[in-house]
Design a protein around this ligand. Structure first.
Ligand SMILES: Cc1cc2nc3c(=O)[nH]c(=O)nc-3n(C[C@H](O)[C@H](O)[C@H](O)COP(=O)(O)OP(=O)(O)OC[C@H]3O[C@@H](n4cnc5c(N)ncnc54)[C@H](O)[C@@H]3O)c2cc1C
Length: 529
């Protein structure tokens, strides 16, 4: 069963071994486990529902608690410490576009705020119920069927609530794949990917969700917006672009048509180490600008490389690897690059060979497939470390942005420095490390992880998070980055959106939302400041 106050299936554990705990204790001090609130205690906080009855709506406290929040750190603090606050007054599980229409009509009639929900994996406060207003979460996960597969055009139409594994299983049974693998893949949905503009780990081959989303159907308070599929169009602005990243503010996506491709015949992930950041960054920039047919490039900075090796276990094997790398010039300060290839075997191998050749002038040391295979094996399991870290008294949070190449290194250093200063003001150290998760000819996304000790009570931990979030968000804005490359805006990033959209951009978006949703019932408080 899915955990109500953490990540993933409660039957799956990913423990931190003794070496990893010693590593963390040395970096930020020994963690002190915080006392978690019980499930009954949390349920007891759910207030009486204010909703008039409706055939699709469940108002039980259990269901409302399980659909109240996402996966951001403030969401976790509320669940773990049992400070639930505003929760939706009910949860509906529509099974058709007509059900969704009925819910929109109901919400307009009774002045109820609607919160569209996919898998609930938002990490930016997209799903929080507005305080003071009756609200209804519309959980889309029952709309999960493959409705149509056009193999000639390589287009698949799904119910928008389909979860990642279900979507891939339905496609693979027919020889196709979407190839969209965010780290939250197991619990996120197609509709959520579109509404929050997500990016999967193999975006170099398959593209971001923007490139995959070809059309669909959005139920809005003012009617249905149909988005037909065209291979290309010059008929004015592309309306798909206003649905992508709309974060539930415009309406509810009921169907989405996506571009699919045949399942690749061959796939492999290889690891390469570099002596330092400068050489590694130069190599990945040259590789991505060479336009090779790769599926993934993922570059860890020195601290992330050290962390991944420390958490890997297999002390003896890692010792041997480090000895070998040291002889080849990759010592302290070394950086690990994962290269993924997918497709026809001969083409994939050629692309890999050419990429590896570009690493050589920068001192790249290719260590083969073993680490890449391990990475692939654990690509959705590593997320469970958040649960394990919490139980040992540590919080884990992440932030991500994207910038053009000349600002990549300065962005990485500024975000890390901002986090150190913010937690330093609370008398705490933070273990901060970064990787470039998605690479483009123009620049890269910069993805930073923070591990620090929990204070052990809700107010102090919220204060720590607020300081950290503000400091790193300001560092992003001041260094010319976007406030999100892939997690979206929600309520946590909304205060920083005007810095990149400008006042005219914000007021134009607001006017659009007001036009489509004159009563302002769609996911209020999200996206716009
Ligand atoms: C551990 C972890 C790892 C993650 N890794 C990645 C990653 O690698 N790449 C990445 O891009 N993101 C990642 N995320 C963030 C998150 O998974 C994405 O934002 C994802 O797109 C959210 O999908 P969801 O179905 O869970 O949507 P939800 O969290 O349920 O909703 C997100 C937003 O979309 C809206 N929405 C959802 N469904 C619909 C719909 N049918 N119609 C209209 N609006 C809708 C909601 O109202 C909300 O505003 C990660 C999150 C976690 C917790």
């Amino acid at each position: 069963m899915r955990r109500w106050n953490g990540w993933g299936d409660d039957a799956v554990e990913f423990a931190l071994n003794d070496e990893a705990l010693a590593f963390l204790a040395q970096r930020v001090g020994a963690g002190k486990p915080a006392a978690d609130a019980g499930y009954e205690q949390a349920c007891a906080q759910i207030q009486e529902s204010r909703l008039p009855p409706h055939r699709l709506i469940d108002t039980s406290p259990e269901v409302r608690l399980r659909n109240a929040l996402g996966q951001s750190l403030p969401d976790w603090l509320r669940l773990r410490y049992g400070v639930i606050g505003a929760a939706p007054d009910g949860v509906a599980y529509p099974e058709s576009a007509q059900d969704v229409r009925d819910l929109l009509d109901y919400a307009q009639q009774f002045g109820v705020a609607l919160i569209p929900q996919g898998g609930g994996t938002s990490v930016a406060g997209h799903l929080t119920a507005p305080a003071g207003l009756p609200s209804l979460t519309v959980n889309m996960t029952r709309m999960r069927q493959l409705l149509y597969l056009d193999t000639e055009s390589q287009l698949a139409t799904f119910g928008a609530g389909v979860l990642g594994p279900d979507l891939e299983a339905q496609l693979r049974a027919r020889g196709y794949t979407l190839g969209h693998f965010p780290q939250s893949f197991e619990y996120s949905t197609l509709g959520g990917w579109v509404a929050a503009r997500s990016s999967g780990q193999q975006s170099l081959r398959y593209g971001r969700i923007e490139q995959m989303f070809r059309g669909g159907s959005l139920e809005t308070p003012s009617g249905t917006l149909h988005l037909p599929t065209f291979p290309a169009s010059a008929a004015g602005p592309d309306l798909r672009e206003i649905v992508l990243g709309s974060e539930g503010r415009l309406g509810i996506l009921t169907e989405a048509t996506v571009r699919v491709t045949p399942v690749p015949a061959y796939e492999a992930f290889h690891a390469v180490f570099f002596p330092d950041w400068r050489s590694a960054e130069t190599a990945v920039r040259q590789i991505v600008q060479a336009g090779l047919s790769l599926s993934m490039l993922r570059l860890s900075n020195p601290l992330e490389t050290t962390t991944m090796l420390a958490l890997a276990g297999h002390k003896k094997l890692i010792g041997l690897l480090e000895g070998y790398l040291s002889l080849r010039g990759c010592k302290e300060g070394k950086c690990m690059l994962m290269i993924g290839v997918s497709g026809r075997k001969s083409l994939a191998r050629t692309a890999l060979r050419e990429a590896l050749a570009l690493t050589l002038p920068q001192g790249g040391v290719h260590v083969g497939r073993y680490m890449g295979d391990k990475w692939k094996q654990n690509r959705f399991r590593n997320v469970y470390l958040r649960n394990a870290a919490w139980s040992h008294g540590y919080a884990i949070d992440t932030v991500e942005t994207a910038v053009d190449w000349p600002r990549v290194e300065i962005m990485m250093r500024s975000v890390e420095a901002a986090a150190n200063a913010a937690l330093g003001a609370h008398g705490e150290q933070v273990h901060t490390y970064t990787h470039l998760s998605h690479l483009y000819a123009q620049g890269a996304s910069v993805y930073t992880t923070f591990v620090y000790r929990l204070a052990g009570d809700y107010e102090s931990d919220l204060a720590r998070w607020k300081s950290l979030k503000k400091a790193v968000s300001m560092a992003i804005v001041e260094n010319g980055g976007t406030i999100s490359h892939q997690h979206g805006v929600g309520s946590d990033h909304a205060p920083y959106l005007a810095a990149e959209k400008g006042q005219l951009g914000i007021s134009s978006l607001r006017a659009l939302f007001e036009h489509v949703d004159p009563q302002g019932i769609m996911n209020p408080g999200k996206l716009l400041p």
